[in-house]
Design a protein around this ligand. Sequence first.
Ligand SMILES: C[S@@+](CC[C@H](N)C(=O)[O-])C[C@H]1O[C@@H](n2cnc3c(N)ncnc32)[C@H](O)[C@@H]1O
Length: 409
Amino acid sequence: MADRARAAALALLAGVMEAGESLADQAPVLEALSAPERARAQRLASGVLRQMGQLDRALLPLLKKAPPLPVCNVLRLGLLELVTGEAPHGVVHEAVEAAKKINPAFAGMVNAVLRRVDPKAVKGDQRLPDWLREALTTSYGRRAVEGMERVFAKTPPIDLTLRADATEAEIASLAAAGAVVLPNGSLRMASGQVSTLPGFAEGRFWVQDAAAAMAVKMLGDVRGLRVLDLCAAPGGKTMQLADLGAEVTALDISEPRLTRLRENLARTGLKAEIVVTDALHWTPEAPFDAILLDAPCSATGTIRRHPDLPYLRQERDVGELAALQTRLADRARGWLKKGGRMVFCTCSLLPEEGEAQAERLSDLGMRAVKPALPGVDPAWWGAHGLRLRPDYWEKQGGMDGFYMAALQG
Ligand SMILES: C[S@@+](CC[C@H](N)C(=O)[O-])C[C@H]1O[C@@H](n2cnc3c(N)ncnc32)[C@H](O)[C@@H]1O
């Protein structure tokens, strides 16, 4: 099993680092694998991406000159496995076989380096790419960025959003399976197979980061309201809205992502009208009571869940994404009933995709409101909205980075 998973992990790494394809877009690489092999391949590839800096620092002193990228990845993967306690003999053997397939001339070097390298030398933190590190240091300061990097280097926990009518007994049975209740009411597991948890098949909860779960709460009481979930797939927020009694229209441009939303609704038995379209070329028949715009963004707040992002996103993408967010927000505010509330949010850490968007909407006459949210530290509020950072709740495992603003039309 292990060698097929290792080969797939190397293919995933090549896809990210050579072809610029995200891990999520490389499903064909995993197709022929069993479920445990798939999980292992993803874990190995994500682990290398998450700890690349530390792995390279340990390997570098043993290399006369940098080998080609695929061979580097064989070394990184081998060292990661040594760090996680795999039997050294098997790891070195598999790495040498992988190197032979790339270029037999490197087999001896891979053998020698992995025999000599000290797994204890893999330490310290993973640094973000320079452009992002600098931008975040300007916004939040060096210590905050170091905190974020510590959180990004770790395997993220699994957060669950429970149905609004969850009982004490349901929470107790999830707690018995290892979940802890977070200050905002989400449940958190360090690891595990979600589909085997009590209540999963019955749709009593879904996987959603604790920070992401706060955006819907910014809309206030949505019971009985017609709510547009704009940019809805795969549907964590759609389910929250429907569960809280809203009449939801869930719109997204991506059919494959909406397939996941449909599956999520089917499992939970929750209802939403689904619209597959480009929001830039769509107009609703009637205005909405409330709108949630979870706009496409650099996703820099979710690097711990998507360790491939720093290798895919570039500084130049941010301007384009911010312009798209502005266009979507401008269309959306025209679809809001007078006095209705719109929540604008992104899982970005960059102010141009968060604070600046909310400030612009406020300059256009929308009024920022600050709803009371459980578990939110008052210091997290800015002039127009809530800034959530990965280093918040660091001891409990952090949270995804988000910006969210509630704006009254
Ligand atoms: C941040 S994700 C949404 C996550 C979702 N709200 C959730 O909680 O599961 C952004 C979404 O925007 C969608 N999107 C991007 N451009 C769009 C457009 N022009 N019109 C509609 N949807 C768009 C993407 O397909 C993607 O699913």
